[in-house]
Design a protein around this ligand. Structure first.
Ligand code: HEC
Length: 412
């Protein structure tokens, strides 16, 4: 940016007294270290998914310009829910005043300040969050991920060993190699199909880069995305984990240009017996979507009317690479509209289960509306189709989906 000469002269000619009256610039030791600890360090520290560490003055000041750019553009921390449209337990959004403090610090030349003001380093508990899990699932062999090519989705199949139906109280996914494990979804399979696919594939697991649909009947039992920590369900609530099933650990690998190995582990804590509330989910989808080539902001909708009273606990918007916005609302029979989540800009690489701060009671007859926008033009850098083409519903990441998942428990 070019400043008029007069402004430059004025800035240069502040008197010593005027300078003394300026509020002191923030320092790393006092303000910035604490902001970075709170908002960035969870992912940007050794062994975590962030591509570099941000745990001390040297590391943070080395990235100062990039940090200013990504926090001002709200690229980091990754979080798509628009504020004011729902409140979430797992919110990762930064406070505007913290962004301003970081920017001011960078503009002031990133001063360390007085080292005495530094906060204590955070000690992380890298052991199992709730002690030793009841069940631990690990693939027998490490998977070798080649350096190049598109992202890879790999599914590892392990017998659950369950002889009775059980309910999951908590789950912890421990990525083996965080440099490449982008996110993980976990399913149970009672059909034996997943195991057959694994047996037919010579490498550990099988290739499941299919987007959403699947060659076996999946029962979702959990997952992990960077920045989300395991949580303990209430004593009377759990996720159904069927007997005689296989566990399918689906890992989305993001290549980093090197040959890497990964062996990720899953820990499961079970409820001792049956539960009063089973975690369930409703799928609101539209398989008739048609997204014309070249259109930047194409709207599609899906809706579903509740056939019973529920207590909604979380929402998960799902589209592929053309999706750039999704709004989910609930319209009660009396006409009241409740916003569930508005993900904008939606990011395929940062799909998130938005857990409601306050679970929401929705009566029978409530309509769930899902409105999605897609950018199928060349202005979308993630558009996989060149030349551009009309896109319809499909499983591949170069096709599209419109799905709003709503997690709920039944009303007693
Ligand atoms: C939930 C995990 C997570 C959190 C929290 C997080 N980051 Fe990141 N960050 C990543 C990952 C992963 C990448 C690699 C790119 C990607 O996958 O989006 C990244 C990339 C970056 C980059 C490079 C981006 C680019 O465009 O080249 C910067 C700079 C950055 N992070 C800074 C920060 C700062 C500053 C914070 C805190 C204000 C922060 N990150 C919080 C996970 C995180």
């Amino acid at each position: 940016m070019k400043f008029p000469a007069a402004v430059l002269i004025a800035a240069a000619s502040l008197t010593a007294a005027e300078k003394a009256n300026q509020p002191a610039a923030p320092t790393y030791a006092k303000e910035v270290s604490r902001i970075v600890q709170k908002n960035c360090e969870g992912c940007h520290r050794p062994g975590q998914i962030g591509p570099f560490s941000l745990t001390n003055y040297k590391e943070v000041s080395a990235f100062k310009s990039e940090i200013k750019r990504v926090v001002e553009a709200r690229i980091m921390p990754p979080w798509s829910a628009v504020p004011g449209h729902g409140e979430f337990q797992n919110e990762r959004r930064m406070k505007a005043e913290d962004i301003a403090t970081l920017a001011k610090w960078v503009d002031a030349g990133a001063p360390l300040g007085n080292a005495k003001d530094l906060p204590a380093q955070i000690k992380y508990n890298d052991d199992w969050k709730f002690g030793k899990p009841d069940l631990i699932f690990t693939p027998t062999e490490a998977f070798e991920l080649a350096s190049g090519g598109a992202d890879e989705y790999r599914c590892f199949v392990i017998p659950s060993g369950l002889t009775q139906d059980r309910y999951i109280r908590a789950m912890e996914v421990r990525p083996g190699n965080r440099k490449v494990v982008h996110h993980v979804r976990v399913f149970a399979d009672k059909t034996g199909q997943a195991r057959k696919l694994d047996d037919a594939d010579p490498k550990p697991g099988f290739d499941c880069s299919l987007g959403m649909a699947s060659p076996y009947k999946r029962i979702s039992i959990g997952g992990w995305a960077p920045g989300l920590t395991p949580e303990l369900a209430d004593a009377d609530t759990g996720t159904y984990f069927p007997k005689e099933s296989d566990v399918v650990i689906e890992i989305h690998y993001h290549r980093n240009g090197l040959n890497e190995k990964d062996k990720s582990t899953l820990g499961v804590w079970l409820q001792p017996g049956d539960v009063k509330h089973v975690q369930k989910s409703i799928i609101v989808a539209n398989i008739g979507i048609k997204i014309p080539a070249g259109v930047e902001h194409h709207e599609e909708k899906a809706k579903y009317t509740l056939t019973k009273d529920i207590i909604a606990t979380a929402a998960l918007p799902h589209m592929h690479l053309l999706g750039n916005e999704m709004l989910m609302t609930a319209t009660l029979p009396d006409g009241t509209v409740k916003e569930l989540v508005w993900a904008k800009p939606y990011d395929f690489n940062w799909q998130t289960t938005y857990r409601f701060k306050d679970p929401m009671r929705l009566p029978k007859g409530t309509r769930i509306d899902v409105t999605a926008y897609y950018n199928n033009s060349a202005s979308n850098p993630k558009n996989p189709n060149n030349p551009l083409k009309d896109i319809r519903w499909g499983e591949g990441t170069n096709e599209e989906m419109l799905v709003g998942f709503l997690s709920y428990i039944d009303v007693d």
